[in-house]
Design a protein around this ligand. Structure first.
Ligand code: ADP
Ligand code: MG
Length: 255
């Protein structure tokens, strides 16, 4: 086809913001001619490619905006290492209905058993379903809330958190907070009650949460709301990292 027509088409696609169609139309037109496809089939294929790419880009953007510290997925999680964790139940949650119903999820257990791994994998699954996710460690979240409060931008940050369909608060219990920090965290958790999902991971059993939230009343009220409509997974066991490093040490010795 004349170069001028191709150049014009490219300019039109650019103006219409259809980058994939712009990139693919020449090749697809050649394929269509070679395989006797009609105009409708050609257009269908071309528009499908644009839509497919848009969907993939939207997912990549949601995953980037979620702020995961690393990307971990279920395909690299060895469920046999933690027999008490029900694989079917976890994979059921990966389908995302719990977020639609504003349920919460708590992963509670000892260090290194894959709580963060599962939290990230569930978060990514939600991003793929078109949901907005925010990932923070509890320490990061409290520090950002305190900073925002000092800078008079707390409402803006709370608004951002509210817009997330799923807020992940990782590692609750590793560090304790000031009274003000606890109150802010309590407010964020309280705001989400029955309105949007919260996923919390903690190394502390619920009975010890008084240490984090300073005071029985506050802890009781918070646990009551958090666990009211909640999927709770106990993840206690030997640290996966530790076990893997022992295995490789043994491997090296016997080699
Ligand atoms: P936790 O948050 O419970 O302390 P992490 O999720 O950070 O534990 O896990 C520590 C490391 O071990 C991570 O690199 C994680 O990917 C890996 N890991 C933990 N459990 C498993 C598992 N069952 N299968 C594969 N990798 C795992
Ligand atoms: Mg962790």
């Amino acid at each position: 086809m004349a170069d001028a027509v191709i150049d014009l088409l490219k300019a039109h696609f650019r103006q219409l913001r259809l980058p994939t169609m712009s990139q693919e139309f020449e090749k697809l037109a050649r394929d269509a001619a070679a395989t006797n496809q009609n105009y409708f089939q050609f257009l269908l294929r071309l528009t499908e490619l644009e839509l497919g790419n848009r969907a993939a880009n939207a997912i990549a953007t949601r995953i980037k905006n979620a702020g995961f510290p690393v990307l971990k997925d279920f395909d690299t999680f060895d469920f046999s290492a933690l027999p008490q964790l029900s694989k079917p139940k976890v994979l059921e949650l990966a389908r995302g209905e719990w977020i639609e119903y504003k349920y919460n999820c708590c992963l509670v257990g000892t260090q290194g058993t894959g709580k963060t791994h599962i939290a990230i994998a569930l978060g990514q699954a939600a991003c793929r379903q078109g949901l907005r996710v925010c990932f923070f460690t509890a320490a990061e979240l409290v520090s950002q809330l305190e900073k925002a409060q000092k800078q008079y931008t707390l409402d803006k940050l709370l608004g951002q958190l509210e817009r997330a369909h799923l807020l992940i608060c990782d590692e609750l219990g590793y560090v304790s907070f000031s009274r003000g920090g606890v109150e802010l965290l309590f407010r964020v958790f309280g705001d989400r009650y029955e309105r949007a999902s919260l996923l919390v991971t903690s190394n502390l059993p619920f009975s010890d949460w008084g240490q984090i939230f300073q005071g029985e009343r506050m802890t009781g009220a918070l646990l009551d709301r958090l666990t009211h409509r909640c999927h709770i997974f106990e993840m206690n066991g030997e640290s996966y990292r530790f076990r893997e490093s022992m295995k490789s040490k043994k491997g090296r010795k016997s080699a």
